[in-house]
Design a binder for this molecule. Sequence first.
Ligand code: PLP
Length: 354
Amino acid sequence: VIDRPILLDRNENQYGPAPGCLDVLRETKLQELSLYSRDYERKVKSKLSQRLAEDLNLPEDCILLSYGSEDMLKQAIHCYLKPGEKILIPDFSWWYYKSVASEVDGQSIEYPIEERDNRFAHNINEIVKLLKIHQPKILLIASPNNPTGNSFPQEDLRALLKQAPETLVILDEAYKGFTDEEVDSTQLVNVSDTLLVLRTFSKLYALAGARIGYACAGKRLSRLTTFSTRYLGYNLLSEKLAMAALDSADYYDEVRRRTVAERERYQREFNGLQDWKTYDSDANFLLVKIPEESKASLKHWMQKRRIALKFFDEERLSSYVRITVGTEAQNDILLSAVKEFAELPNPVETILRR
Ligand SMILES: Cc1ncc(COP(=O)(O)O)c(C=O)c1O
């Protein structure tokens, strides 16, 4: 039996964390929670930052920890963007970028993410042009981008970093880990000292509720390092969960394999519906274009079945729906609800009657 509601609207990982995370919860002694960390005495932020530094082969002081990557994004923008200064963000993007920039009275300038056949793509020439015109303080790149699902090619990133040596480049990699072709961008902090790579345990590692993320920071970002470092430590339980996740590579390889297979199934099935179109994605969700006139009725149809999908309020996204890849069983339910909907002779009228 599948629990309802089926939540496919916020790109959470429905496969759940590795069993090793449950062992952490079982084995943590209550008494441990009453203590602050003493890791600063060893001149490191924490055991997790040390572990990540070892895994990524970076100095520990490049690794910053945060309450999810949302938190590090906010800290970086609050730390560097002054009122009236500009931040370049993708036009199709996570709404939160603009919202944080406006908290500090920054000015958001959008660069286009272009639709090319059945995928979206960044246009590096356009970004370079806008960098020259606007001289922004911050350039934000999400790879894979939410909601379009496309990655930013590594060679373009290297080229861009060369073009923008004075710009803080924030690379949001929240959805890293859901493709077979992975490159490690964290190593670029060795060549670009104004690069900040944001990572999270929320998506691939399925620890969104534990609120734990990290960043790799280039050497010139020492102001952010000081700003974000917590003398009394971080959330001990979340850190232990993150380390148990890092120890469970086989489990997450399997999550990746199943997510990719299910994402491909979604694409085949949705593309088979009249006037539905999907876009290639490297993330655990798909952006789907649907006939605009069926949006309200589809929303209603899904709500009645207690299946949550992401519909957008923004004008330019009004004929798209973003669907998180769930477990096989959840996806079966979603797909049969969608097919039933698509086969209705006149969805709008029928739905008013049901
Ligand atoms: C593009 C993107 N970046 C970052 C986040 C933040 O995730 P968290 O704060 O859980 O790490 C999200 C959440 O959905 C997201 O869509």
